[in-house]
Structures are given as C-alpha cells and as structure tokens.
Design a protein around this ligand. Structure first.
Ligand code: ZN
Length: 83
C-alpha cells in the first residue's frame, strides 16, 4: 500500500513518528499522549494523520479506561482524585 498526498496526489510521502497530545473526556478533559505516524508530502509539504493514528489513539483511550475505570463517569471527581 503506497501512501498518497491528499493535497497534490504525490506518492513521494514520508512517515515521521511523532508524540501527539490529544484531549479526552466528557467533563474533566485529560491530555493523553500517543506516538503516531505523521505523513508528510515531500512535494507540497502537506502533513496529515491517517486512520492508523485513529486506531492508535483509540488504543491509548482504551488503556486509559482500563487504568482509570472510574474516569470519567464520576463527574465531580477531578483528574487528580482519580489518580
Ligand atoms: Zn503533496
């Protein structure tokens, strides 16, 4: 499977693994971090995340839920209290 730039359709695309921070939670937002592959086009400079990153971030969220099962169901508990 060859990667293709969504902007210029070039197939000259590199992958750079980058630490990506994203927020999760309904009430008390928590910052989670995932190591995701950022795709970068060598022709036009476009950078984007694809479905692989979504899968990785879903996995990070699942791990978080397993680690902190009380979060975020207890809406009045702060993130610090959960830990
Ligand atoms: Zn491009």
């Amino acid at each position: 499977m060859k990667l293709q730039c969504p902007s210029c359709k070039s197939r000259n695309v590199t992958t750079v693994w980058t630490k990506h921070t994203f927020q999760y939670g309904a009430v008390n937002l928590v910052n989670l971090m995932a190591n995701v592959p950022v795709r970068r086009c060598k022709c036009c400079g476009e950078a984007w995340l694809d479905h692989i990153s979504e899968i990785i971030m879903e996995r990070v969220i699942k791990d978080f839920e397993v680690q902190y099962p009380k979060y975020p169901n207890q809406q009045h508990t702060s993130y610090q209290d959960v830990i």
